[in-house]
Write a protein that binds this ligand. Structure first.
Ligand SMILES: C[S@@+](CC[C@H](N)C(=O)[O-])C[C@H]1O[C@@H](n2cnc3c(N)ncnc32)[C@H](O)[C@@H]1O
Length: 316
């Protein structure tokens, strides 16, 4: 079920292009948002990315009746500009719906959650180290850092130490084994009602395995460069780590900055590249969160490229 559909439709409809033109769906997933736009706007075309080839095929099947208006690219959205060079400056909307889909938890069999006992893999595209490799080979400090930074877990050191102790006996191979180790590492009186203690650890490993945050930062710069003046970037985050990157990037673009320096060292010219259309992130309304539990933590930020903005990547 696509998150914040009404808000997104409004941002597309009320733009200068009024729902016509080219939309890049950076995270097509099962195709929910793309389907929404294709159904509503007869004159929209979509280029849809997903780094997971399996889910991309689900979207392709779902959107078969719109086949003439949507193209699919199986790659990381960190590489959008490599694929979209020929439409640079001619994209009207870019959408991000970060994270993973319910398909990943329920059907992929790749160990994203602990509702089932599955092999600890967590790779979206089969590339790089799996969660199992990290859990069994990273040193204790690295494990604690991953769990603290990407899971914001205060018990990160205890959990890392418990993992290292457990794997001395036998490698940690499955989601169930890891969840049990985490459960045992956090004192019972600190367990939070209705939230499994391993939730943050699984989030942390998934982010590390897929370098999720690095991909967001790289892609947002490129997205701005692809937009036509008046075009909009719409980004839905599900935790503060994602939202912080979007907020920081939009603010920098809003004050005419394309560099990655700390604000005090930034020498960018100061002519805004974008207008922020959401000063604070928008949240889904209560009806939506009652209908769709995944929407509960969603935050939407939107910015619009200004007509006088200089092309992205050129600094004076
Ligand atoms: C929350 S789901 C998207 C759901 C989709 N908007 C819908 O309505 O069905 C996020 C999707 O983004 C994909 N994804 C995550 N990181 C990605 C990246 N760096 N590049 C491309 N796709 C990515 C995941 O594989 C997942 O399918």
């Amino acid at each position: 079920m696509p998150v914040m559909p009404g808000e997104l439709l409004r941002f597309v409809e009320e733009s200068e292009f009024r729902g016509t033109g080219l939309l890049v769906d950076c995270t097509v997933g099962e195709g929910g948002h793309s389907e929404l736009f294709l159904n509503r706007f007869a004159n929209i075309r979509i280029i849809a990315f997903d780094r997971d080839g399996e889910i991309l095929e689900i979207a392709r099947e779902r959107l078969r009746k719109h086949a003439g208006r949507i193209d699919f690219i199986n790659d990381n959205f960190a590489h959008i500009s490599q694929h979209l060079g020929q439409v640079r400056g001619r994209v009207h909307y870019v959408l991000y719906d970060f994270g993973i889909s319910s398909y990943h938890f329920d059907e992929s069999g790749r160990g994203f959650g602990f509702a089932r006992d599955e092999r600890l893999d967590m790779r979206l595209d089969g590339c790089g180290e799996s969660a199992e490799e990290i859990v069994n080979t990273a040193d204790e400090k690295t494990l604690a850092d991953i769990i603290f930074r990407y899971g914001e877990e205060r018990w990160s050191r205890r959990i890392a130490s418990a993992i290292v102790r457990a794997r001395r006996g036998k490698p940690v191979g499955t989601t169930g084994e890891l969840a049990d180790i985490v459960l045992g590492a956090i004192p019972k009186r600190f367990h939070v009602k209705n939230i499994h203690p391993a939730t943050r650890v699984f989030q942390a490993l998934r982010i590390a395995v897929n370098d999720e945050l690095g991909a967001i930062g790289r892609s947002l710069d490129d997205a701005h460069g692809l937009l036509a003046p008046g075009g909009r970037i719409m980004a839905i985050s599900f935790h503060s780590l994602e939202d912080r990157i979007v907020k920081d990037k939009f603010r920098r673009l809003g004050r005419g900055c394309l560099c990655s320096e700390e604000p005090r060292n930034c020498r960018c010219a100061g002519t805004p590249y974008v207008k922020l259309l959401t000063k604070k992130p928008l949240r889904p309304d209560v009806e939506e969160t009652a209908r769709n539990s995944r929407a509960r933590s969603a935050r939407l930020r939107v910015c619009e490229k200004l007509a006088e903005a200089r092309p992205s990547g050129i600094l004076s």
